[in-house]
Design a protein around this ligand. Structure first.
Ligand SMILES: Cc1ncc(COP(=O)(O)O)c(C=O)c1O
Length: 416
């Protein structure tokens, strides 16, 4: 049936604002089901990972819904103002992001205003991964190594290896935090330090005093080394010792912070990230930017959501509650989670992650992949909605029961 352009927007707008749905987020989830159905009919991509690539889903018994708690996404998607902004941009899909209203310059200005810095201190990117990758291009070389934690978010380490650049990986400490002393011991002459705070996958955080001290010590030993502080999960932190390192980056040469709209802002599919730091520090990242990389839709949604801070406060509160529920359920099963300050937990399940992951997947629960060197003991589980985590923890109980008898409840997970 033919539908006019006007009719399409009226129908689409009505579908997302209708009183039968409890808000834009629910209608977005309805669309997600629709797209998931189409997606499951597409062929597998070469090299796709289970649960993350097309066509790799295990067949589920009828009536069992898949719960995706494997990629640290916000299960509710963007807030209503952001969704409305996206929908309102369809007529401007013909415009480049510098020609749209608002344009990408307005997003840079809005981010700069949030931190009380200048536009020259902000570099937009196609997700913060563009920042991470370009940081390797700009600062790492065959003679200037990358220093990173292990395990940590692998974008910088993976890309450095691909480029055949030297990589020094430092295992996290006994509390699963980035091992600052050991990182400092290897930093002399390095091109880049990747400091992920909170750290994915271990979910732990360092307070601002530790981060400030780390930066000062690195700068004393190796002043030309650039420090990238990745705060992708900033909005989920509840530890009072934590603060953003943006002010530190603004007062210190060769330090910058990477942020993303993919996590608490619920826009992983919109692909927007950015870097903040002194103009001379972030200039090389601006030079390497993908031209017009941030879409007209992403610009509008990001500006709208930056003007809606209550949505982020609500999302943090929601995540904190569901995270506490999940931590308790797993602790009661005898498992041992780290101190999570993010929208995922890293938990000692006392067996290989693959074994647990495959057993959960058979019941529709998709949990995280392997994270060496802890792939034989730990699994990363993202925090979904409360309803999703209630279902997921029931499955965890079922999957873990044979080797985690009730008698173990409340004890360390290390015993099984
Ligand atoms: C620590 C960290 N940094 C960056 C990213 C990438 O996010 P983006 O979607 O902005 O590229 C992720 C994604 O999971 C992450 O965990």
């Amino acid at each position: 049936m033919a539908i006019s352009r006007r009719g399409f927007f009226d129908a689409f707008g009505a579908a997302t604002r209708g009183p039968a749905l409890s808000g834009a987020a629910l209608s977005a989830r309805g669309l997600e089901d629709h797209f998931a159905a189409a997606w499951s009919q597409t062929p597998a991509m070469p090299g796709a990972r289970q649960g993350q690539g097309r066509g790799q889903r295990p067949a589920l018994p009828p009536g069992v819904e898949e719960i995706k708690i494997n990629s640290n996404e916000n299960p509710l998607g963007p807030g209503k103002v952001a969704l409305d902004a996206i929908l309102g941009k369809f007529p401007e899909a013909s415009r480049y992001p510098f020609n749209s209203t608002p344009n990408e310059g307005a997003l840079t200005e809005t981010i700069a205003a949030k931190y009380k810095v200048k536009a020259e201190n902000v570099v937009l990117a196609v997700g913060s991964q563009e920042i991470l990758k370009n940081a390797v291009r700009a600062f790492v070389s065959p003679s200037r190594a990358l220093v990173a934690g292990a395990p940590t978010f692998e974008n910088c380490t993976g890309f450095s290896r691909k480029m055949k650049f030297p990589v020094t990986e430092i295992k996290v400490d006994s509390a699963f935090k980035l091992n600052v002393d050991d990182m400092i011991a290897t930093v002399r002459g390095a091109g880049l330090v990747f400091f992920n705070n909170p750290n994915n996958p271990t979910a732990t955080v360092h307070g601002i005093k530790v981060v400030t001290d780390f930066v000062e010590r690195v700068r004393r030993i190796s002043p030309d080394t650039v420090i990238l502080i990745d705060e992708a999960y900033h909005d989920y932190v509840t530890d009072p010792s934590y603060e953003s390192a943006v002010p530190l980056a603004m007062s210190t040469p060769n330090v910058f912070v990477a942020r993303t709209f993919s996590k608490a802002y619920g826009m992983a599919g919109m692909r927007i990230g950015y870097a903040v730091g002194q103009a001379d520090t972030v200039k090389p990242l601006a030079r390497l930017r993908m031209p017009y990389g941030v879409s007209t839709f992403g610009v509008a949604a990001a500006i709208a959501s930056l003007n809606d801070p209550q949505h982020i406060a609500d999302e943090r509160a929601r995540n904190t509650e569901v995270r506490a529920f999940t931590v308790k359920a797993l602790t009661d099963l005898g498992c041992k989670p780290t101190d999570s300050q993010a929208n995922f937990i890293f938990v000692d399940i006392g067996r290989p992650a693959k074994e647990f992951r495959d057993a959960c997947a058979k019941q529709g629960i998709m949990v995280g992949r392997d994270f060496p060197p802890f792939e034989n003991s730990h699994c990363r589980i993202s925090i979904g909605t409360m309803a999703e985590m209630q279902k997921a923890t029931q499955v965890f109980r079922d999957v873990l029961r044979p080797v985690a008898p009730v008698a173990n409840a409340g004890k360390s997970g290390g015993g099984f």
